[in-house]
Write a protein that binds this ligand. Structure first.
Ligand SMILES: C[S@@+](CC[C@H](N)C(=O)[O-])C[C@H]1O[C@@H](n2cnc3c(N)ncnc32)[C@H](O)[C@@H]1O
Length: 297
């Protein structure tokens, strides 16, 4: 794909997301320039919510951008403390719906596509969790997951190495929260300076969407009644985000997307009638991504 083709593909993806012409131009430029990733460090040994006094009142009276600016987990980037885990700003946005359920206690968590462990570590930092099972299909990527959990000393965690579609044969258990931050075309990576032009190809988008559907169907087996499903991606295409949720809701009417007032400024502009949230480079909080929290009724 040459640069001209890339530009037109980026614009197509952003226009399907219903961005204004001005935002399409700005975001295309930011993506092409590679806005650079600005990692933030999360001190995992502290309970993040208590440490930052994240109360219902704070969540109800502030936007995500205001909350983000109040967080004081952003440590000195040069600090050489092995219990810090570096994440990028968008990863925190993708996990931010979990703040909405941070008053619940003893949560059991399944992270279906876990390596290198960012969402697992974030979930355990945000929630009062009892245990976490973090599953990763790729044997090659397992080592990074193990090393990160060991390094941050993640308590009550278990790592499994299955294709999520085979996990039911190996784990006979249901969870309060299932996280699906699975493989996607990875369009936001371009903004982080990676040359992954193919993430904007229609074939890559289509293939990714099919994989995401299969992973989601398998993941639903692990939801308890009244439990939550967090679906997130680091990509902008509606085919892998809003349309996946639309498809899921049509097929599984017991799922209800949760309205998250503190993310309302980032509510998706796509033509949908349910709440889900998207961050773009122009928001100034990293390369972006998509997130949706669903409750099983
Ligand atoms: C976007 S990455 C996950 C990033 C991770 N959630 C984090 O925040 O650090 C997607 C992961 O899903 C894994 N994966 C892909 N297909 C899978 C499947 N069918 N079952 C389990 N894991 C899968 C990939 O190997 C990859 O490590």
């Amino acid at each position: 794909m040459n640069k001209e083709e890339l530009v037109s593909r980026i614009k197509l993806v952003l226009s399907k997301a219903n961005l204004s012409d001005e935002l399409i131009e700005t975001n295309t430029q930011l993506l092409l320039d590679g806005l650079g990733s600005k990692p933030i460090k999360l001190k995992t040994s502290n309970h993040f919510v208590q440490q930052n006094k994240i109360t219902d009142e704070l969540l109800h009276n502030n936007t995500w951008d205001q909350i983000y600016n109040k967080l004081d987990f952003i440590a000195d980037e040069n600090q050489n403390d092995s219990t810090f885990y570096s994440i990028d700003q968008s990863s925190l946005f993708m996990a931010s719906p979990l703040f909405q359920i941070s008053n619940k206690t003893n949560i059991s968590i399944l992270d279906t596509c876990a390596s290198p462990g960012g969402k697992s570590i974030l979930a355990c930092s945000i929630l009062d969790y009892a245990k976490i099972v973090s599953n990763e299909k790729s044997h090659k990527r397992l080592q990074a997951l193990r090393e990160n959990f060991n390094r941050v000393q993640l308590q009550n965690s278990r790592i499994t190495n299955y294709d999520i579609r085979d996990l039911t044969r190996n784990i006979d258990e249901k969870f309060d929260l299932v996280i699906v931050d699975g493989p996607c075309s990875g369009q936001a990576l371009l903004g982080k300076g990676f040359d992954n032009f193919s993430s904007y190809s229609s074939m890559k988008i289509r293939i990714s969407a099919e994989i995401q559907k299969k992973i989601l169907i398998a993941s639903l087996n692990f939801l308890k009644d009244n439990s939550y499903l967090l679906y997130s991606t680091c990509t902008y295409s509606v085919e892998e985000n809003e349309n996946i949720i639309k498809w899921l809701l049509k097929k599984f009417s017991y799922l209800k997307p949760q309205e998250l007032p503190f993310l309302s400024a980032h509510r998706s502009n796509a033509e949908i009638n349910f709440p889900c949230y998207k961050l773009f480079p122009s928001d100034g909080l990293g390369a972006g991504g998509f997130t949706c929290l669903l409750k099983k009724r």
